[in-house]
Ligand binder design. Structure first.
Ligand SMILES: [Zn+2]
Length: 237
């Protein structure tokens, strides 16, 4: 049984969008697994072999396990049923209580297609006659990262304070040596490898932090209303 499964299309997506939440959950003893849908083989910088080493290093820094679903980078949308099947197999193997994935309408086609595939898979995984040779399983919640950069952000349904694990998130990001801003890596420039992109990651965390009066946070939406038994639990101490 896994507590939380964080799914991202490319090997650095989860760190960028939810690395602090991952680190925080792992630190409190939760079993957290990151699933990268692809090996990032279409990336402008870095080879699949380099990226696998970087992803493993980042997982070690965050204190979590990591798996790869081996879907085709840049072409997830071309075979959504195939992606659904891989995700169902993963859900039934890991049995996560909550699942996180990209938001619908994300600017990157892989992110958007993966969000659709994971939503289908969370349903199909519990269908007895959807046969993968495994026991059926239904995660109890599906959450989405709020991270699209080219439009007004979705209003988060909840925001996680990551101030205490901010340095861990940055360290995990730096482990992606071929991808993010890194003067020591020789390769063609991309937006993600620019100083501006790094700045945007910090700014987004600061923006979400500002919503709950802390320095850094990450925002998420939920697929259905969040159950709260005692509203007093939400009152500030
Ligand atoms: Zn991505």
């Amino acid at each position: 049984m896994t507590d939380a499964l964080f799914i991202g299309a490319h090997p650095d997506d989860v760190e960028i969008l939810a690395g602090g939440t991952v680190a925080r959950m792992a630190r409190t003893g939760r079993r957290v697994v990151i699933a990268d849908a692809t090996r990032g083989e279409m990336g402008t910088r870095g080879t699949p072999a380099e990226r696998a080493v970087e992803a493993a290093d980042a997982a070690r820094i965050l204190g979590v396990e990591r798996v790869n679903l081996d879907l085709p980078d840049g072409r997830i949308a071309e075979d959504v049923p195939g992606a659904v099947r891989r995700v169902v197999e993963t859900l039934r193997a890991l049995r996560p209580r909550v699942v996180f994935v990209h938001e619908f309408g994300d600017h990157h086609p892989d992110h958007n297609a993966l969000a659709q595939a994971v939503r289908f898979a969370c349903f199909q995984s519990n269908v007895l006659k959807y046969d993968t040779g495994q026991e059926r399983f239904r995660p109890s919640r599906l959450f989405h990262y709020v991270g699209s950069r080219q439009r007004w952000p979705n209003r988060p349904d909840f925001v996680v304070d990551i101030t205490d694990v901010w340095s861990t998130k940055l360290e995990a990001l730096r482990a992606h040596r071929s991808q993010l801003a890194n003067p020591d890596y020789q390769g063609p420039e991309t937006y993600v490898s620019s100083d501006l992109a790094w700045h945007m990651i910090e700014m987004r965390a600061g923006f979400f932090g500002g919503l709950i009066n802390v320095r850094y946070a990450e925002g998420f939406t939920a697929d259905a209303p969040l159950r709260i038994d005692d509203p007093m639990g939400l009152a500030e101490a």
